[in-house]
Write a protein that binds this ligand. Sequence first.
Ligand code: ADP
Ligand code: UDP
Length: 244
Amino acid sequence: MKQKKQLYEGKAKVIFDGPESNTLVQYFKDDATAFNAQKKDVITGKGILNNYISEHMMLAVSKLGIPNHFINRINDREQLVRKLEIIPVEVVVRNVAAGSICARLGLEEGFMLKNTLVEFCLKDDSLGDPIIAPEHIFTFGWANPNELKIIVENTLRINDFLTGLFLGIGIRLIDFKLEFGRHENDGKVEIMLADEISPDNCRLWDAETKEKMDKDRFRRDLGGLIEAYQEIARRLGIKIPEVS
Ligand code: ADP
Ligand code: UDP
């Protein structure tokens, strides 16, 4: 079999050339990082769980009619995706205060925001992903106003959908991060959702017990991360193979 060319190794995934020029393969690693990669570990089986959970989410987002990069899952650790020009902006959606906003604005964790808040951070680890305003996005040409409008509209639709999906399985969607990119096809450019939707980039709390079921289990040394991700998969009805 032809060896795939590695294009990039990130904190949680490796990106390889896909079989066609406008495709890529995302390989989900077991590496866990937090606090801008100052905290690192390997959690066996995390990559497999995120691959399956993200596949489930991307397929659901497709059914909503929101363009995204997912083509198909190749195996337990890899998925085939459309190659995008990534917009270097992390789109953070918050329904409930948790994580960095608590320190930044002096809020108590769990404070219900009176409306959904969309924040933007520059995707640049060397700068610590600083929070930015739409004006920065336009001034520095990371995206134009029309692109940002599509991104925010799609983000809010995804939030409404995911909030309901998770509530249906007894989980509160506290916050999450999305990435978008540009896909070129026959000279036409389309904004698409990229990357992954998994408990690595969402905060998910059990609606009854308030237990954290996301990467905060790693960030805060709570243990039981795999069990929490497995429980999410179980409630979503996703069959996960034995962890290896
Ligand atoms: P990071 O780069 O933040 O460490 P990951 O380890 O998850 O994150 O690496 C995945 C990388 O692939 C990210 O930089 C992400 O922006 C990029 N990416 C995700 N989907 C696509 C896509 N469809 N096309 C091109 N790049 C993508
Ligand atoms: N997030 C992410 N990648 C990042 C930063 C944040 O996936 O580089 C997610 C994080 O998992 C959470 C949401 O975005 O669900 C908000 O994160 P926050 O800004 O509170 O940052 P953190 O607490 O991770 O420093």
